[in-house]
Design a protein around this ligand. Structure first.
Ligand SMILES: [Zn+2]
Length: 766
């Protein structure tokens, strides 16, 4: 043979008939219709064809064409088909791999920054490293860790697997952290062990540390479910500490101390030694130290309380500072932290709530910028803080002031019907959420004697989201076909979640030592494996684009009665199936109104590629979140709440309702109160007010403005907007393209709300 072969990478090699024979044998082996002699004969024909090939070079692809052609013309049809299939598969694998490498290169170079998650800095070194690795992790998960059905559902834009980059690792999503026990007992870390908190200052520092540590054991958010109650013992410890200090500082022994000589640890020892002694002298016990205690001396108490308040304020500010600066996950992300509070009526708890709200209002840094983390969530509770005369009503008002200026806190409805069965005496069972909206529902695997609504030590394990508009198209836009297909897909979503659950449960506890050794995820029994803890978590079946789905099926969304009637049918099906799965599989399946921060955009892109632009369905850059009313629908605040409140009762794994206000609403706290009260009365579980929040980064001026600061003219401005339930940095840089468009389309519901017109309109008509 005088002909050479050009390989795919451009290398020239000698012609080899053996390689051709091997390729045919592989195809033939799978079928069994060719003998050894048949293979030799066909090989010979192909070699001859190659020999007669014009020129002195032939490419691998050209040889394969000849093999294909020769086999097809022979009587070995089935072998020919097998060869073609095999060749096609190899080509696809090669394409996949080269696409993968290209995707990785883009992430490494930072040339494809999409901001799929508003809290992740994809341009940083840490972000680029992480994102590049994620491409590989996603590819690996799709091709190695799941069934064909799961992969197809994901790739076909029918059922989306969230956090695919974490799938192959087998870690879970989010957790409500049992701070009560961690602060009281201390905990172990890789390098050391941490003693129980002995003051309010250390308690708040540890909260930030624990948030940080836990966020490295999982991929999503971390929350404190009742931080006001949690902190009561540490306020008391600080009170005792300061009380005794004040007393000790007036004794002869104190004046006799040589501070130049004593080491810090000797001072500590001195305090410890004398603490007990002075408690006896003062005829007090540890139990006497609480705010308002009659056993304490008035003057010493006042001095101590003064110090406690200062310490609490500094501790809270320290926590805000830490949670907005300590990056985690290889330095590209802040932990998604949330704190729920508002119901503790003890003076110590009230002190904490006040400090949290005042810290939020004050902001962080030189220009007092709005603190992005933690997401504050005020727990609204009937008879506790909901109306004038209730013990924490003043704090509710303060919360509204904070929301007006900082968008936080959001509002969780403790009396939400979906959280029925909670224990009024146990704040661990009060309705609380992750900032984004994810919530822990009734635990079907609760231990005996534990209230099934307990939130602590549990979280969402993994969500999938059914992309309903795709199903509506596949069902030919026919309602009955759609309902049948949706039912099938809800079942498949369940299968996909069980598949991932089993994968997560197969991991070794040593992969998340902090979480399992310290019982941060509750219920772990080493002899039963990590399933013993994970079985308390949620398997969330999410949904996207109800509004667009209804448009496709009945020509209008749920702002019209016909759309709403079908919306009820759809959501009722979700709820019914999820309840059946929960009982049958003894796992906490839940209906989830998905945040879809990135998915609302990527799913739409895929949808448009397949089905083109359809009016009121795919003529924008994003799908509407879960069952929300489209952001561009013009209606007043109360109607928006009315419509969504009809559907929130079907969800059990989390949902959120927002309304959009303008800057004039900021000074009208009464109006904000009326709105929140209305939403809570309508049984909305989790509610947020969206107000504009723009800050000039040069002079610190804060108001709603367009592209430059009205005070100093600077263009260095930050425009905070809400995404999912959290806030994020400037939306124009931190949001993905679809979400940016969505923000720009957001209709300000206050405009149509009677009695609360914006200042401009008022001036004109007054
Ligand atoms: Zn300025």
């Amino acid at each position: 043979m005088n002909i050479n072969v050009i390989k795919r990478d451009g290398k020239i090699v000698n012609f080899s008939s053996e390689k051709i024979k091997k390729a045919i044998s592989k195809a033939a082996d799978r079928i069994g219709e060719m003998t050894e002699q048949d293979i030799d004969r066909i090989t010979e024909i192909i070699v001859n064809k190659c020999d007669r090939f014009p020129g002195d070079q032939i490419s691998v692809e050209q040889i394969q064409d000849l093999v294909e052609d020769t086999l097809l013309k022979s009587k070995f049809n089935r072998t020919a088909k097998s060869y073609i299939l095999f060749r096609d598969m190899r080509t696809r694998n090669r394409d996949n791999k080269s696409k993968l490498l290209k995707d990785i290169a883009k992430k490494l170079n930072g040339t494809n920054i999409v901001n799929q998650n508003a809290n992740l800095d994809e341009a940083s070194f840490g972000g680029r490293k992480g994102e590049a690795a994620n491409e590989l992790m996603k590819w690996f998960a799709l091709n190695n860790c799941m069934s064909k059905k799961s992969r197809e559902n994901h790739l076909n834009n029918e059922i989306y697997i969230h956090d695919l980059d974490s799938y192959a690792l087998g870690c879970h999503n989010c957790l409500s952290i049992p701070f009560d026990q961690l602060l009281a007992n201390g905990f172990n870390t890789r390098q050391t062990d941490i003693r129980p908190a002995s003051s309010i200052n250390t308690a708040f520092q540890l909260v930030a540390v624990i948030f940080q540590l836990q966020s490295l054991q999982q991929f999503g958010g971390v929350a404190a479910t009742h931080l006001d109650w949690t902190m009561v013992p540490y306020v008391r410890k600080s009170l005792m500490k300061h009380y005794l200090f004040e007393y000790l500082k007036d004794t002869e022994e104190f004046y006799a101390l040589d501070l130049d000589e004593l080491s810090d640890s000797e001072i500590d020892d001195w305090i410890q030694e004398h603490k007990e002694e002075y408690l006896v002298q003062l005829n007090l016990t540890v139990e006497d130290f609480f705010m308002g205690s009659a056993a304490l001396d008035d003057k010493l108490y006042k001095k101590a309380l003064f110090e406690v308040r200062r310490e609490t304020k500094q501790a809270v500010e320290g926590m805000y500072h830490n949670l907005n600066t300590l990056q985690s996950r290889s330095g590209n992300q802040l932990p998604f932290s949330s704190v729920n509070y508002g119901t503790c009526t003890l003076p110590e708890g009230r002190l904490i709530i006040k400090a949290l709200l005042e810290g939020c209002i004050k902001g962080v840094g030189k220009h007092h910028r709005t603190s992005i983390f933690p997401c504050g969530i005020f727990q609204y509770m009937k008879g506790v803080n909901d109306r004038p005369g209730t013990p924490n009503y003043d704090l509710y008002r303060l919360a509204l002031e904070s929301t007006a200026r900082r968008l936080y806190p959001n509002y969780a409805n403790v009396d939400w019907s979906g959280n029925a069965g909670y224990d009024r005496n146990d704040p661990k069972t009060y309705f609380s959420t992750m900032g984004c909206r994810t919530a822990n529902g009734f635990d079907i695997n609760h231990d005996e004697g534990v209230n099934p609504q307990t939130k602590d030590g549990r979280g969402n394990l993994c969500p999938v989201t059914i992309i309903m508009p795709t199903l509506a198209m596949e069902a030919g836009r026919d309602v009955d076909c759609f309902m049948a297909l949706l039912d099938t897909k809800i079942h498949e979503a369940k299968d996909m979640l069980i598949e991932r659950y089993d994968y997560i449960c197969a991991q070794d506890p040593s992969a998340a030592k902090f979480m399992y050794e310290n019982n941060v995820m509750l219920g772990y029994k080493p002899e039963e494996g990590i399933k013993s803890a994970l079985k308390h978590g949620t398997l969330a079946i999410g949904q996207l684009g109800l509004a667009e789905t209804l448009e496709l099926l009945v020509g209008c969304n749920h702002t019209h009665p016909e759309g709403m009637a079908l919306a009820h049918r759809i959501e009722a099906l979700f709820k019914q199936r999820v309840a059946e799965f929960k009982n049958k599989y003894k796992l906490n399946f839940g209906v989830y109104y998905t945040p879809a921060e990135n998915l609302c955009y990527t799913a739409m892109k895929k949808f448009k590629e397949k089905y083109g632009e359809i009016e009121r369905v795919s003529d924008r850059e994003y799908f509407t979140n879960s069952m929300h009313v489209p952001v561009w629908e013009e209606m007043d605040i109360f109607r928006k709440i009315d419509i969504e409140s009809e559907l929130t009762g079907y969800s059990s794994a989390g949902c959120i309702t927002y309304v959009e206000l303008d800057s004039a609403a900021k000074s009208n706290i009464d109006a904000l109160e009326t709105i929140v009260n209305y939403a809570m009365d309508k049984d909305i579980p989790y509610f947020a007010l969206n107000l504009s929040n723009d800050t000039c980064l040069d002079c610190g001026y804060t108001e709603e403005f367009n592209d430059s600061c009205p005070e100093c003219g600077s263009k260095n401005i930050q425009q905070l907007r809400r995404v999912t339930g959290y806030l994020t940095n400037d939306y124009k840089t931190a949001f993905n393209y679809g979400k940016q468009k969505e923000v720009e389309d957001r209709f300000q519901h206050i405009k149509l709300t009677k009695g609360w017109r914006s200042e401009d309109e008022c001036e004109q008509s007054c």
